[in-house]
Design a binder for this molecule. Structure first.
Ligand SMILES: *[C@@H]1O[C@H](CO)[C@@H](O)[C@H](O)[C@H]1NC(C)=O
Ligand SMILES: *[C@@H]1O[C@H](CO)[C@@H](O)[C@H](O)[C@H]1NC(C)=O
Ligand SMILES: *[C@@H]1O[C@H](CO)[C@@H](O)[C@H](O)[C@H]1NC(C)=O
Length: 505
């Protein structure tokens, strides 16, 4: 028995060595400028995003993809124009450590045209230079594409989003006149709500309740959308609180409420969370954690990651207390600790001392990431998936806009809501490293293809469009609504060359 184990161990460590060697063996051949690949929305003029981005994959001369970094400075990216000096573009080349790079750039002005040079030792990579025939608009430019279908095609939006279809299926029709009366009556006293009307591509709002600070995220995404594409006239209510609101059964008369989090026991219409939305709008701006930066900060390679399950956070739910207790009983399996106490009484003998805040990027020193609800769904899941670890996700009735497309065992490892099987699942993961690595990569791939900024814009647009089709009375600017103005702090005004709808008549 012992010998068998020993020989298995030896075999495993040989395989391990081989696995370590293969990227090295590839790396001996240098990357080839002609064979390397470049693709992505940032190479197209009409994909206007707060931070534009594209990808570069290092490939050697025999056509083999690199699977580890060929060196952080391998590719150089220059953005120039034949017409203007493009000094107002900030470029970052992010090494994803898997042989590919993410290039992102933020433009602070609009340009006549833009040429993107991707260079490897001064040689053009793939089809570089890429010519973006302008005008190439920047995020701040108020210049909507008048045709929604043209914009969707430019953005490569999917035909449909399963969650939007599910949410819309709850309603045969929506009546803006009736909702304008009934929703404030039902929810306006106790909840914080925003009542929005978009009319002629201008945004109007009236707020209800005391805590309406979070409307800033909804205002921002609506203004950003109306700068990019002409929205249909639409009138709707946004719940600014954590918890979804509509608890009536589908057979009763339900009201359409847009929320950042949904649950199996409520019928709210879900949108990407304010956290994810803000990270899209503020990429290369106010936020440092976003779906792009996380891809370049995924910690050590898989075999080098620590096989202890990891969690940090605050005490916003009973199961989090249980998790930390479990960690204290099994420190060899779980490293979970509180960085903050707010909801419960802090009993140090049970939960240990508070620990210092850990940079989110340092989470990825660990192979197993525990995702456990807070007040509602834990809004960190997009970033956890985008990293290079595997997610152990608590089963929960709360969900974000993309959870219904995630599959347990394909994109993450499920754990029971009461965490009773957590230790067992960690043990299983330790014993099935290859399978677990596959799940980690599938989760990462899901995040890369479903949760990037362009998709988030598509989601909001599709949601408003599908919802607007259900309206049986005309959206109106109601009494007490105010215009939400476009920011006036844009230093570099643009001239919009797109035709206004009346010019098309
Ligand atoms: C190389 O990488 C690119 C980009 O990720 C991918 O599309 C392609 O299928 C890969 N090629 C091989 C041979 O794996
Ligand atoms: C792995 O992480 C645990 C918990 O953070 C720590 O106690 C342990 O020393 C780490 N192991 C290694 C090999 O670094
Ligand atoms: C919530 O509903 C989904 C989809 O119907 C289901 O897969 C999931 O198990 C439910 N979750 C809970 C905790 O009830």
């Amino acid at each position: 028995m012992f010998l068998r184990t020993l020989s298995r161990l030896l075999l495993l460590s040989c395989l391990d060595l081989l696995a370590h060697e293969s990227p090295g063996a590839q790396a001996r051949k240098p990357p080839s400028a002609a064979k390397s690949l470049a693709w992505g929305p940032g190479l197209e003029a009409n994909v206007v995003l707060p931070a534009r981005f594209f990808y570069v994959q290092a490939v050697d001369s025999s056509g083999r993809n690199f699977t580890s970094s060929p060196g952080e400075k391998t590719f150089e990216v220059k953005i120039v124009s034949a017409v203007e000096q493009l000094t107002r573009i900030w470029i970052q080349v992010l090494d994803r450590q898997d042989g590919s790079f993410l290039v992102r750039y933020r433009m602070y002005a609009t340009y006549t045209n833009v040429h993107i040079h991707i260079l490897l030792k001064n040689k053009h990579v793939a089809k570089s230079p890429f010519f973006l025939k302008g005008p190439v608009y920047h995020e701040g430019c108020d210049c909507p594409q008048t045709s929604g279908s043209v914009w969707e095609a430019d953005m490569h939006c999917p035909q449909s989003f399963p969650q939007i279809d599910r949410d819309m299926a709850l309603f045969d029709s929506v009546d803006p006149d009736r909702n304008a009366q009934e929703i404030p009556q039902r929810f306006g006293q106790r909840q914080s709500l925003c009542h929005y009307t978009v009319k002629d591509n201008k945004v109007y709002v009236k707020t209800f309740g005391e805590h309406v600070g979070f409307r800033i995220f909804m205002d921002s995404i609506l203004l950003s959308l109306t700068r990019k594409v002409r929205l249909p006239d639409v009138e709707f209510f946004v719940n600014l609180g954590d918890w979804p609101l509509e608890k009536r059964k589908p057979t009763e008369k339900i009201h359409p409420i847009f929320s950042w989090c949904g649950s199996n026991n409520t019928r709210d219409i879900v949108m990407p969370t304010y956290d994810l939305t803000e990270s899209v709008l503020e990429t290369m701006g106010r936020v440092s954690l976003d779906m792009l930066s996380v891809q370049a900060n995924t910690g050590p390679t898989w075999p080098q990651k620590n096989a202890t399950a990891f969690w940090r956070g605050r005490d916003s739910r009973q199961e989090r207390l249980e998790l930390v207790k479990l960690s204290r009983a099994h420190p060899d399996m779980i490293d979970a600790a509180f960085t903050n106490f707010f909801f419960f009484k802090h009993d140090e003998s049970l939960y240990g001392p508070l620990v210092k805040h850990v940079s989110f990027f340092d989470f990825f020193k660990y192979k197993y990431q525990i995702n456990i609800d807070g007040t509602v769904a834990a809004y960190r899941l997009p970033y956890l998936l985008g990293g290079d670890s595997v997610v152990l996700k608590q089963e929960s009735s709360y969900y974000e806009h993309f959870y219904n497309e995630l599959q347990p065992w394909e994109h993450y490892i499920p754990i029971r809501a009461d965490l009773r099987d957590l230790l067992e699942k960690i043990q299983w993961a330790r014993e099935h490293d290859k399978e677990v690595r596959k799940i980690a990569l599938a989760g990462q791939q899901f995040a890369r293809s479903h949760l990037m900024g362009d998709r988030i814009f598509c989601y909001y647009y599709k949601l408003l469009q599908e919802y607007s089709k259900l309206q049986v009375t005309e959206p109106k600017i109601r009494k007490g609504m105010e215009l939400v103005e476009q920011p006036s702090d844009d230093l570099f005004p643009c001239s919009c060359h797109r035709k206004r709808p009346k010019d098309e008549l």
